[in-house]
Ligand binder design. Structure first.
Ligand SMILES: [Mg+2]
Length: 170
């Protein structure tokens, strides 16, 4: 579904996405958005829970690469260096080019790749345009600003059509 805004699966947060779930779908490369997906934007360094999640993915043979639209490269660079994972900055999502560059650098095809993010218009659209599994999480830290709340409401009808909704199940 190249221009679809509908995610393949929806969770409350990244920590609910397990290595086993990804392995069952043949995923060996997990691309991830950073801001509000792995941490709120004001958090400068990864916490222990995130480090442990990344370590569990690596232990299962799943590579992880951050694909961020973030323009201030320094935070992304420091955050990923701290986590010990590569990143693709200036990704230009919803363009597929950042995801394609990350897949090329990893040598892994779209069939074995998933992308996780908190926004339909950037992360999910870019994932679907790239032909990778599109995973969505609720914004980390919650929808706080007025714009985030509006966006949250606008995303609801598309999320409601998600075939695997773990938020509803929980
Ligand atoms: Mg985000």
């Amino acid at each position: 579904m190249p221009f679809s805004l509908i995610p393949s699966a929806l969770w409350n947060g990244y920590e609910e996405i397990t290595p086993a779930w990804l392995q069952q779908r043949g995923i060996t490369l997990l691309l991830s958005d950073l801001d509000y997906t792995l941490a709120p934007k004001y958090v400068r360094r990864p916490d222990l829970a995130l480090r442990e999640w990344i370590a569990a993915l690596h232990a299962a043979g799943i590579q992880c690469v951050i694909v961020s639209n973030n323009r201030s490269g320094r935070r992304v660079q420091e955050f990923c260096a701290d986590l010990g994972i590569p990143y693709q900055g200036h990704a230009g999502k919803p363009s597929p080019r950042g995801l394609e560059a990350a897949m090329a650098a990893s040598g892994i095809s779209p069939k074995h790749t998933a992308m996780v993010g908190d926004k339909l218009l950037t992360d999910v659209l870019a994932a679907n345009r790239s032909g990778v599994l599109a995973l969505m999480v609720e914004p980390r830290g919650g929808a706080v600003t007025l714009w985030q709340k509006v966006l949250h409401g606008l995303q609801a009808p598309f999320k409601a059509r998600c075939p695997e909704n773990m938020v509803k199940k929980s």
